[in-house]
Design a protein. Structure first.
Length: 709
């Protein structure tokens, strides 16, 4: 059994089965490794993950691949997908060869083949898969080396301004970009080296951006995240930049990130940014304050770099002191030997060592004193910041954590716990706060850790909803919302989408339509927006079913379900539903033929009218030329017709009128149905309930208008 899988390079459809490990996309021509697809759920998970990566939403893609690896730890493509997401790999078309080639939106100095996810992918792949992974790893490594080579030649930056340049809908420059340029201009005046993509990357090609972005992210001491809406700050490329900078911060405590916002609430910032002290740029003097603060941070870091050099020298001197002690030990050994070799030689060696020690000891003592003073200053500064509630700044001013902990164990643990909380490590943070007991507001932070951890679980659930597990996942989301007293609307809407789309994939249109209609009662605006682009497909499919197979009850039911999923005001949805439900009498149906502007509606109504012929055709119909046609229904339901219209000569025949108004004869004694051309008698055309036209097939000429008597 084959399954449709999205090409991980171009997004095209590839038909795969469980036995395939390598395949070629018919759309882009790329040969690639394939996952072992043994369930529809696994195929959907891979399609979701690949789509995230194709959209360059690498963090979401990584989580999706990770979820697959947890369900099947021997699936090599899950680990390979995680690796591609880590390196930000996007496949673009080579303009010359038209082949898909990788480009990297993220830079990791570590070689691909030493990456844990590469090792796992290689471990579980078959022979052909291993070869493809090896080749692809070498290509990615080559790209990474080129990026590092270019970035190493760049001068270090002081500030990185992160913002959204172009509006997705209007394709015009954003307000965020204008604000960012104003900040850039002021910082540039201060003599700071600022990365501002609109200017910094103006002379670079799009494919060559990464080396310069990587260099700036790695070297910048401060990042300013500028935004006017939560959507802009959370857009794919903006999020990619500030998330990477936060990762660099974990290795460099001197880096600082400052959200800068305008015309928006600080609470609209993503959770990862909301923990940092932000700046509302609309406030009076805010720009000047921001520039001044950034300048101070940069200068502080420059001083810190100088201090690092001093600390290095002190460390070097301490190493010399250690060696000095080793020399003294050697001197002692030499002294014993000298007793055997001669007192004079020992005395000479001892004098030499004493001279060396005398030279070094003064320097070492001075350096020790200086280092102790530095530790004292570090402690006082960190303590001062902590007293002001600026715990992140307090943490960055601790140069020796062990020394600080000895001076004030509780304060150190409290500062460290808040730092872990701000970094998103809620479990470690909670553990430290629990160890602190009633110290300060530790108990409040324990609750915050639980809340943030639950919120992280909520977000993971929301991004990983699956149709097969939707009931359990919906219950978990509901419990978390109640626990955190959150609005459940978002969770309900996401659960609805996954469950509804699952029903559609099963082609269970009856249940899907019932579910959507019920949900629409309490969520009108959401459902209207959600179905806005989908209902045209449902509507057209319903019309096709009604046009071709209106007299088939199964097709009518399917069309009915599809129409119920459309909004009642969409085109002539309401009219079609009433037609199928039988809510119109014959006169209303005739009116619809005249009133409707939709050809399909006219056609469907006409067919329905003929299905209901027994309700209106009964009686005598005459023409001005003297022709007549009578249609009578006896008490037992038997229908009889008489007419003097030109007709085929028949005996012992029965008749029926089809949904397109053709009067057929049929001899039930015959075992085989005669060809249609030999059993058609008349073709009726509707004008209204009192007037019809008839064409006789016998001579194909007689055409008269009959009026009901």
């Amino acid at each position: 059994m084959s399954t449709i899988l999205k090409c991980k390079m171009c997004g095209g459809d590839i038909s795969v089965n469980a036995d395939m490990s390598v395949g070629t996309c018919q759309y882009c021509g790329s040969t690639m490794t394939l996952p072992r697809i043994d369930t529809d759920k696994k195929a959907r998970l891979f399609n979701h993950a690949n789509q995230y990566r194709l959209n360059c939403e690498f963090d979401k893609a990584f989580e999706a691949y990770h979820m697959i690896s947890e369900e099947d730890e021997t699936e090599p493509e899950a680990y390979w997908g995680m690796l591609l997401s880590e390196y930000g790999v996007e496949y673009v078309e080579d303009p010359e060869t038209k082949k898909r080639i990788p480009t990297c939106h993220r830079t990791i100095v570590k070689p691909v083949k030493s990456n844990t996810h590469y090792e796992l992918a290689y471990k579980y792949a078959d022979t052909e898969g291993k070869l493809l992974y090896q080749d692809e790893a070498e290509v990615i490594d080559g790209i990474q080396r080129k990026i590092v080579s270019i970035s190493s030649k760049e001068e270090p930056y002081d500030v990185f301004i992160c913002y959204k340049e172009t509006d997705d809908d209007t394709k015009e420059r954003t307000t965020d970009s204008v604000i960012a340029q104003e900040i850039y201009t002021e910082l540039d005046k201060m003599g700071l080296k600022v990365f501002f993509s609109r200017i910094t990357l103006a002379d670079k090609l799009g494919a060559d951006y990464e080396p310069y972005i990587y260099s700036a992210l790695r070297s910048a001491k401060v990042m300013l995240v500028v935004g006017t809406t939560g959507e802009n700050v959370n857009s794919t490329w903006v999020r990619n930049e500030w998330k990477r900078f936060i990762q660099f911060m974990s290795d460099d405590s001197g880096k600082v990130i400052i959200p800068v916002y305008k015309a928006m609430d600080a609470y609209a910032l993503p959770d990862e940014l909301s923990r940092f002290q932000g700046q509302d740029i609309e406030k009076v003097g805010a720009l000047q304050d921001l520039v001044f603060s950034v300048s101070k941070i940069v200068k502080r870091e420059e001083q810190a770099e100088q201090n690092d050099v001093l600390n290095s020298l002190i460390k070097e001197r301490l190493e010399k002191e250690k060696k000095q002690k080793e020399w003294e030990q050697k001197k002692s050994s030499a002294s014993k030997a000298a007793k055997k070799a001669g007192i004079i030689l020992a005395a000479i060696a001892g004098c030499i060592l004493l001279v060396i020690a005398a030279i070094n000891i003064k320097e070492v003592i001075a350096e020790k004193i200086a280092y102790k003073e530095k530790l004292e200053q570090s402690y006082e500064k960190a303590k001062s910041f902590a007293e002001k509630g600026q715990y992140e700044r307090a943490y960055t001013n601790i140069i020796d954590e062990e020394d600080f902990q000895k001076r004030d164990p509780n304060l150190y643990k409290y500062i460290k716990a808040i730092h872990l909380f701000s970094s998103g490590d809620y479990n470690s943070s909670k553990q430290m706060f629990e160890e602190l007991g009633d110290y300060a507001d530790s108990n409040e932070y324990i609750k915050k850790c639980d809340n943030e951890s639950s919120l992280a679980t909520y977000n993971n659930l929301l991004s990983g909803l699956t149709y097969e597990e939707i009931d359990d996942q919906a219950k978990q989301l509901e419990d978390i919302c109640k626990e955190l007293e959150m609005d459940e609307t978002e969770a309900h809407n996401e659960v609805f989408k996954v469950r509804f789309e699952g029903l559609l994939e099963e082609e269970n249109y009856t249940e899907a339509s019932e579910y959507l209609v019920t949900y629409r009662y309490s969520n009108e605006e959401f459902v209207k927006e959600y179905t806005k682009t989908k209902q045209i497909g449902w509507y057209n499919t319903a019309l096709e079913l009604l046009d071709k197979e209106f007299d088939d009850s199964t097709s009518r039911e399917e069309a009915y379900s599809l129409l119920r999923m459309c909004h009642p005001t969409y085109l002539e949805t309401s009219t079609l539903l009433n037609i199928i439900e039988g809510n119109y009498d014959v006169e209303q149906l005739f009116s619809l033929i005249g009133d409707s502007t939709h050809v399909s509606i006219k056609y469907i109504v006409t067919r329905l009218i003929w299905l209901y012929a027994d309700r209106w055709l009964v009686g005598t119909w005459k023409s001005s030329e003297g022709y007549y046609f009578t249609y009578q229904v006896d008490g037992d339901g038997t229908v009889n017709t008489t007419y003097n219209l030109p007709a085929l000569d028949t005996t012992n025949t029965y008749f029926y009128i089809s949904y397109d108004g053709i009067y057929y004869i049929y001899d039930k004694a015959d075992t085989a149905t005669p060809p249609e051309s030999q059993r058609r008698m008349f073709k009726f055309t509707l004008f209204n309930s009192k007037e019809i036209a008839v064409r006789c097939f016998k001579d194909s000429k007689t055409y008269v208008v009959l009026h009901k008597q």
